[in-house]
Write a protein that binds this ligand. Structure first.
Ligand code: SAH
Length: 479
């Protein structure tokens, strides 16, 4: 290790900054965040930098650096483009045992600034020892996405109750168990989801009762998106990574499941059409049972849990058992598949509105309101419509939708196996009979489908494949 990471308390300390340009400004901003009094020396000082130094104890010296300026300083930072000056500052500081940083010159530094993830009071510093600041910044960007902003509020909450917990729990082990219970469980979740008062009340109650374990667990109804794991939300990922048990159905891709906590129990509850591994009521009961055991239960659903996902029904059961829950929206198939197929659902001049409709016609008391679905200037997206394609097409044409209206079927959208078949209401059923695209598949009806020619960017188009195939056959003489 070339540099030892230390966190410096610089409140009200004097720091000397040599330089008045852009880089000096960035360093000044950072230093001011830690509460220093700053002396800036430079021949020219940026207006923005001047505006930053409003504290009566800050100072701007327009002029030349000289070693006496180091008197009484805790740190010194040099950020000019004058290498000779940088060397002088370095040696002057060494002589006086003052830590020195010279920008972009690790050899002249006795300390360096790490890339920072700031969730004060939690702060993470990342250093490449000056070898590759860009790599450190990339890593920081990764951490930024993994660590919710709520860590800042959680850190403050813990800070406020630290002494009280110390007084309540005698041993270090008890305290550790208590804080693990708080930081990995419901109380932390309340903080992350913005329910501070509830979090504080729970924490007070837990301290009072001397609780170090779970009482009732919590259920997270999480939208897993359409398949591509990169389309998960940060929140979905965070909850998946702290689950004790995960209930998932067939729309959840293997790559998404892979991102659940390694130790979590993964339980398949089915739900292909006509194949309900566990019926809906059974799923509702399972969620309740596991939560009552104090577990963190993730109910992972394809797409968005509130769009044809029966998410609401699961929540009603939880609510009636008094089990706390959170719902995380996901990217629904209509949005994801149309985007990945290059079909903007409400392209200006083509469609003013879009409807999401279930194509599941079996066991339905109400038939689809086709009269409403045939209006011009709208896009209609059918979920669960592949097996009723002919009925849907007949219904639309029968109610006056022009037979030449463009239609697309998107199968396994956003996955590497995505396939898009386009046609018109008149010929799409025959084309699908040929192509045999598989579920899950989405059907998009409307003029916007024609944009796919120009905007397709991901996966295969079935027609192109079919044509190449046909040409291939001619070339080899099989025809
Ligand atoms: N809650 C889900 C929808 C569940 S209904 C969501 O918001 O997306 C199941 C239907 O969603 C399927 O029959 C299919 O029409 C559609 N669907 C889900 N994922 C899909 C995908 N990757 N590609 C195409 N259609 C998909």
């Amino acid at each position: 290790m070339d540099f030892l990471p230390l966190f410096f308390n610089l409140k009200s300390r004097q720091v000397l900054l040599i330089g008045g340009g852009d880089i000096a400004l960035r360093k000044a901003r950072l230093l001011k965040r830690s509460g220093v009094h700053l002396t800036v020396v430079s021949h020219v000082v940026d207006d923005e930098l001047k505006a930053l130094l409003i504290d009566s104890q800050d100072q701007i010296i327009i002029g030349e650096y000289h070693a006496e300026l180091l008197e009484g300083k805790t740190l010194v930072v040099a950020a000019t483009d004058d290498h000779n000056l940088h060397e002088r500052v370095h040696y002057d500081a060494l002589e006086r045992n003052i830590p020195v940083n010279v920008v972009d010159t690790p050899a002249l530094c006795t300390f360096i600034f790490p890339a920072i993830v700031d969730r004060s009071p939690i702060v993470i510093g990342i250093s490449s020892g000056g070898e590759s600041p860009v790599l450190a910044r990339l890593l920081r960007a990764r951490l930024e996405t993994l660590i919710p902003n709520g860590y800042s509020r959680l850190g403050s909450l813990v800070g406020r109750f630290r002494n009280q917990v110390k007084a309540t729990f005698g041993s270090v082990n008890e305290r550790r168990r208590f804080w693990e219970h708080v930081l990995e469980g419901q109380i932390a979740e309340k903080v992350f989801s913005g329910r501070h008062d509830e979090a504080e009340a729970l924490l007070e109650a837990a301290i009072e009762k001397g609780e170090t374990g779970h009482q009732v667990g919590e259920v997270y109804l999480v939208g897993a998106g359409p398949g591509d794991p990169e389309l998960l939300t940060f929140k979905a990922l965070r909850l998946m990574q702290q689950a004790d048990v995960v209930f998932y159905d067939n729309l959840v891709s293997a790559q998404v499941l892979d991102l659940c906590r390694r130790d979590a129990d993964l339980i398949y509850v089915g739900k292909k059409r006509d194949d309900h591994a566990v019926p809906q009521e059974g799923i509702n009961t399972l969620l309740v049972e596991h939560a009552l055991q104090g577990k963190r239960v993730v109910r992972l659903k394809g797409g968005d849990p509130f769009i044809f996902g029966r998410g609401g029904e699961e929540l009603e059961t939880l609510k009636s058992h008094g089990i706390p829950f959170q719902v995380v929206p996901g990217i629904t198939a209509a949005s994801a598949c149309s985007t990945y197929a290059g079909i903007p659902l409400t392209h200006r001049g083509y469609a003013q509105s879009v409807k999401f409709v279930t194509g599941q016609l079996k066991n339905r008391k109400d038939k689809l309101n086709f009269a409403e679905l045939v209006h011009p200037n709208q896009t209609v997206v059918f979920y669960m419509g592949l097996h009723t394609l002919t009925e849907l097409v007949d219904g639309l044409i029968g109610h006056g939708k022009p037979a030449e209206t463009p239609v697309a079927i998107i199968s396994k959208g956003t996955s590497p196996d995505q396939k898009v078949l386009t046609g018109t209401l008149a010929d799409i059923a025959a084309k699908q009979y040929e192509a045999q695209l598989v579920a899950p598949a989405l059907i998009i009806v409307g003029e916007v489908v024609t944009l796919q020619d120009k905007l397709a960017w991901f996966g295969d188009r079935v027609e192109e494949q079919a044509q190449t195939h046909a040409l291939g056959m001619i070339n080899t003489g099989v025809e």
